[in-house]
Design a protein. Structure first.
Length: 127
């Protein structure tokens, strides 16, 4: 799950940065506010890469997704991009957990099999 979710979060990092550039062109928004909000969201997306498997990591990721969609009030294209990343986040969590379960079952089945003793090869001295 960590790899899929981290990939989504890194993609969001770049989208948030580009959305900040777009929001900067809006005269009704303060440039410092735009960059504080974008900067916090970008740092959060990077920090979440390491927190995904910890308790509350996925929930913080969902909070970031809601924030991305809500940013559509200021940059309308973010409604679409935020929704797309929310779907990617869901898929990353859902399929990442499935992959983790499959890996755990495979590792368990490998560990459950008794080790085969190495058979001595018959050499010229064996007889």
């Amino acid at each position: 799950m960590r790899v899929l979710c981290s990939s989504t979060l890194i993609g969001e990092f770049f989208v948030i940065g580009f959305a900040g550039l777009v929001a900067m062109k809006d005269d009704s928004l303060e440039m410092s506010t735009v960059w504080w909000v974008c900067g916090v969201a970008m740092v959060l997306s990077v920090l979440l890469c390491g927190m995904v498997t910890r308790p509350g990591g996925v929930q913080l990721g969902w909070a970031l997704q809601i924030g991305l969609i809500a940013s559509g009030f200021f940059v309308p294209v973010m409604y679409v991009l935020g929704a797309a990343f929310a779907v990617l986040w869901w898929a990353s969590v859902h399929y990442g957990r499935k992959v983790d379960d499959i890996k755990a079952r495979w590792a368990e089945s490998q560990g459950a099999q008794p080790a085969q003793p190495a058979q001595a090869t018959a050499g010229p001295d064996a007889a």
